[in-house]
Design a protein around this ligand. Sequence first.
Ligand SMILES: [Zn+2]
Length: 301
Amino acid sequence: MDSALEAALRVQIMDWVRERAEANGGFLHRQELLGFRIADRDLPIIDYSRGIRNPQGFSSTLSIVASASGPYDDVEKRDDGLLHYAYRDGDPFRGDNRKMRAAIETGQPLILFRKEVANYYTPVMPVYVVDDYPEERTFVVALDEAFRYMGDVRDLSEPQREYARRLAKQRLHQPAFRTRVLLAYETRCAVCSLRHGSLLDAAHIVPDGDPLGTPTTPNGLALCKIHHAAYDHDMLGVTPDYEVRIDLEVLEEIDGPMLEHGIQAMHGRRLELPRKPADRPSRDLLAWRWERFTAGAREVR
Ligand SMILES: [Zn+2]
């Protein structure tokens, strides 16, 4: 395939993936990815069984799948903010491995799919294959093209590493957290039941910067944009018994329908919880946050 055509196809595929993911709430279902068609041609975006997807005619890899094994993943193990992606079994210079290596030369962007739970994929893109460690049989994948030009990635400066780690947090861990939380809540706001993935966030119960603020479902709540912001600003609180409370001052305010129906009417509602007990918000973490809410200058009833 002509390289300009291949590059154009990649752009179209990535645009489509981005659009679908945004509509769903940050993720795609396996069937959507396998059923993709373009110009009357089937072009599955992931491979049916392997982690590396090399469409016929493409000079380099289109997508790779990384399974999440915990709140953090392979990226964290090295502390360099880069993804170390294992070669496919077999000859390191043929087949899938050859097309991954070709991506180092062509500089063509790839899509990294984080598989959070069975059948659901969080796209992270564009990513770039920047190096190859034959002795470890791994490719090094970066979240910014700039890492192609930083020389030997084994020898990055501390600010470069820090940049890579920050990118990993923003572009890999936060989106993955959102997917896990939204799926646990069946893509519904825990406070008002709104079902539009594009309007939902994963809120941290204990904020991100705190040692307890891990990106795990027991520290998460699926909330719509309004309820997320209200929660973060302590206008809305959640008791350790899963009840919603609105700050007294806000409760007495007089304003339009958004305040009345969207916020004040939530006072006293019970959270809609994930079906799986392991995904439910931790009462201890809710208690930590509830204390902050009630300690605020505002009064709660
Ligand atoms: Zn809501």
